[in-house]
Ligand binder design. Structure first.
Ligand SMILES: *Cc1c(COP(=O)(O)O)cnc(C)c1O
Length: 394
């Protein structure tokens, strides 16, 4: 062919430099490409027959996204991973991958609110039944399992926002006995925790600790090869895939994941111990406190106790408003896992769909505050609470 001089042809057929063997970037490149082309038609045919590995279209697979999936599977201690556009997409992908008309699923009052809302408002449309129990009610769980019908149990530990600890060994053993799959939303405890348990699938909102900087959304489902193959086919059918640019941001966040989580956990422990001694505070719930009703179980199950605290003040909901308005360093915002400290009024953010009876089991009220502890100097965090608590009733 003659040398091409047409500008539109040249600008649309850029040569991508091939790297010399053994010479590679230290950060994963962002393959911001939807389509992957083949020089050789026979190679494409072989890929379509499943005889050759390759990339075709980013909804199916993308190298940057793959890098993230391999990393996450590895640190959670499992074979495979599928990432999704958000944590909630991971939740809904699991529901629709594992359940069909006539099935029954069990989940808990102490869980991420949108997961409960999905079960209540959407699953019945597809003829799928659910039971909503308290994570403290293991006897109830035994009774709620319908042999042959209960196909999935979705649970969290520590729970949001009241930080109850699920008895993972007991839940997984019961599920195994009755042929139900266990799906553990492991967002709060994160990738380095709970990997040794007999859990079928782990879920994560990558928006939290993987991003770490509150600038990217994503979700992950992690498990054995066969489980992930099942989940992946549902993810493909629904198009819940993650964009490569977000995958890159999440990979970048992961570089400091463990450092951030450790520092935030240490800060949380220190702040929780201090808060517990303040006369304006009725109770502090943090799994790392020996006063936590399930501290021993947390110690058994987790390597560290997380970055989240729930506290209840002695004063009313109005007093809680005063406290929130006076805090300077702690930002009023939903979410967690970011480097900056945040606060969230528990009833307003997490209780709106619960009945009075369910709220009682959920164990929080108008005087409760959820605290997401960041990486700031712990003395600064304590000083902020110290000035904000002063006018509250003791
Ligand atoms: C945030 C969160 C989710 C949902 O994740 P998004 O990325 O916000 O969609 C699911 N489960 C838990 C426990 C969460 O904290």
């Amino acid at each position: 062919m003659e040398k091409i001089t047409d500008i539109n042809t040249l600008t649309n057929h850029v040569t991508i430099p091939e790297l010399p063997e053994g010479n590679y970037p230290l950060n994963p490149p962002i393959y911001q490409a939807v389509k992957f082309s083949w020089e050789n038609y026979d190679d494409l045919k072989a890929m379509m027959r499943g005889e050759k590995q390759g990339y075709f279209y980013t909804r199916y697979a993308n190298p940057t996204v793959h890098a993230l999936e391999s990393l996450l599977a590895n640190i959670q201690g499992r074979e495979s991973c599928v990432v999704t556009a958000s944590g909630l997409a991971a939740v809904t992908t699991c529901f629709l991958a594992l359940l069909q008309q006539g099935d029954h699923v069990i989940l808990f009052i102490e869980s991420y609110r949108p997961s409960r809302v999905f079960a209540r408002e959407w699953l019945p449309r597809y003829g799928i039944d659910y039971s909503l129990l308290s994570i403290s009610d293991m006897a109830g769980l035994k009774k709620a399992i319908i042999p042959g019908k209960t196909k999935m149990i979705l649970f969290e530990s520590p729970t949001n926002p009241q930080l109850k600890i699920a008895d993972v060994a007991q839940i997984t053993a019961l599920a195994r006995q009755h042929g139900a799959a266990t799906v553990m939303d492991n967002t709060f405890a994160s990738f380095h925790n709970h990997g040794t348990f007999d859990v079928d699938l782990y879920l994560h909102s990558l928006t939290k600790y993987a991003s770490g900087h509150g600038d990217a959304m994503g979700g992950a489902i992690i498990g054995s090869g066969p489980w992930i193959a099942k989940v992946k086919s549902a993810a493909l059918a629904m198009g819940s895939n993650l964009d490569p640019n977000s995958a890159y941001l999440l990979l970048r966040g992961m570089k400091t994941f463990q450092l951030r989580y450790q520092r935030q956990s240490e800060n949380a422990q220190r702040l929780a111990e201090w808060l517990q001694r303040q006369p304006q505070v009725k109770r502090v719930i943090y799994p790392g406190l020996s006063s936590h009703p399930q501290h021993a179980l947390a110690r058994q199950q987790m390597r560290d106790f997380g970055t989240m605290i729930m506290m209840e003040i002695k004063g009313s909901g109005l007093d809680l408003e005063t406290l929130i308005k006076k805090l300077r360093i702690f930002k009023l915002a939903a979410s967690l896992g970011s480097t900056e400290s945040m606060i969230a009024p528990v009833m307003m953010f997490y209780g709106s769909d619960l009945s009075p009876n369910e709220l009682q089991q959920a164990d929080f009220n108008e005087s409760c505050l959820r605290i997401s502890v960041g990486i700031e100097d712990p003395t600064v965090l304590i000083a902020d609470f110290s000035q904000a608590l002063t006018t509250l009733p003791t």
